[in-house]
Design a protein around this ligand. Structure first.
Ligand code: NAD
Ligand code: MG
Ligand code: MG
Ligand code: MG
Ligand code: MG
Length: 334
């Protein structure tokens, strides 16, 4: 593996808190870049043994933070405020850097970082598994970076050094800030990727089934085949999709797409964005989480009980290649 002793972080120690999708990939890549990594986890938590088996020194989060020059917070977002208060704030060295991969807690005031530390963000634009495999191929995943607080005068250099260590610097680094990263991430997942796409699919399925078409046929048309389109978007945008679909599909796209996704949709997207920007969404979500997720559980169950899931499960059971696919629940949280 290539060592990178010119890296600004080569003289110090990096604590990676969390060993899930991002944490594992970052820890392995940083180590292969010649950097000194210790992993911080709850003793005997789900990933404790995995990190140990992969050769890391694994200690409790507070122990990992002590003596670290950079602390990467790569646990689920909702546990970070408590983790910060209990394990990071009392232990992080003055002048050390606190690094996030998502700005939610800092931007929305759930974590108020100590004034004597650097606070930075590095977020690869891909799931952890890809961050690892691209690094192993000698490449990297484009990453965005930001500085929230710079006490050392080196916060930007530290973000770049970390991005280099995980391989992002080999691809592309894009400067952002905590506000932009947080608000665009939430908007994307709510309006388009998760919320938008799943409602579009359910509405299409219901429309066909209510018109008397078979649910199996509807499932293939509005959910299963979405992957073909998304793969074309991913690889080559609208241009590639338009190259691969029929003229009939293109004409239908041009004349019917805007009837479904009309100006009213965009106006409501702006409302969703406003709620994100003014903190309404963050406040509601934080309160919901603290209350034990009553609405979240109800709404989730409704999706799991939707008729498309019943027919989908039966059809997917007859498509064995899907069971060995790339999608892993922990590998792609948005
Ligand atoms: P994950 O759910 O895959 O991993 C969580 C890890 O944290 C596990 O090792 C778990 O054991 C550990 N953990 C949980 N609670 C803990 C606690 N109280 N103390 C210590 N460790 C604890 O998380 P992830 O998807 O890698 O997300 C980590 C961060 O990266 C988040 O801020 C997320 O928004 C951000 N992010 C994720 C992706 C992605 O593709 N998954 C992409 C960009 C940014
Ligand atoms: Mg078709
Ligand atoms: Mg269109
Ligand atoms: Mg997100
Ligand atoms: Mg995201």
């Amino acid at each position: 593996m290539s060592t990178n002793n010119d890296n600004l972080l080569a003289q110090g120690r990096i604590a990676v808190l969390g060993y899930g999708s991002q944490g594992r990939a970052h820890a392995l890549n940083l180590r292969d870049s010649g950097l000194d990594v210790v992993v911080g986890l709850r003793p005997n938590g789900p990933t404790w043994h995995k990190a140990k088996a992969e050769g890391f020194t694994v200690v409790e989060p507070g122990e990992a933070v002590k003596g670290a020059d950079l602390v990467a917070v790569l646990t689920p977002d909702m546990v970070q405020p408590t983790l910060y208060t209990e394990s990071i704030e009392p232990n992080i060295k003055p002048g050390a850097a606190l690094l996030f991969a998502h700005g939610f807690n800092v931007h929305f005031g759930q974590i108020t970082p100590r004034k004597d530390i650097d606070v930075i963000l590095v977020a690869p634009k891909g799931p952890g598994a890809l961050v690892r495999t691209e690094y192993e191929r000698g490449r990297g995943v484009p990453s965005i970076w930001a500085v929230y607080q710079d006490v050392s005068g080196q916060a930007e250099a530290k973000a770049h050094a970390y991005a280099d260590g995980i391989g992002g610097g080999r691809a592309l680094l894009i400067k952002t800030d905590f506000k932009e990263e947080t608000e665009t991430d939430l908007f994307g997942e709510q309006a388009v990727l998760c919320g938008g796409a799943s409602e579009l699919v359910k509405a299409g399925f219901e429309t066909l089934v209510e018109a008397g078409y078979q649910p199996e046929i509807a499932y293939y048309e509005v959910m299963h085949e979405l992957k073909l389109i998304v793969d074309l978007f991913y690889e080559g945008g609208l241009t590639k999709m338009l190259q691969f679909i029929s003229e009939t599909a293109q004409y239908g796209d041009y004349v019917s797409g805007p009837r479904v996704i009309d100006a009213g949709v965009k106006a409501r997207m702006k409302d969703v964005l406003t709620d994100i920007q003014n903190g309404t969404f963050a406040k509601n979500w934080t309160e919901e989480y603290k209350a034990g997720l009553p609405n979240y559980k109800k709404l989730k169950q409704a999706d799991l009980d939707h008729p498309i899931e019943k027919v989908g499960a039966a059809l997917r059971a007859r498509m064995p290649w899907l069971q060995t696919g790339n999608a892993q629940p922990a590998a792609a949280p948005l």
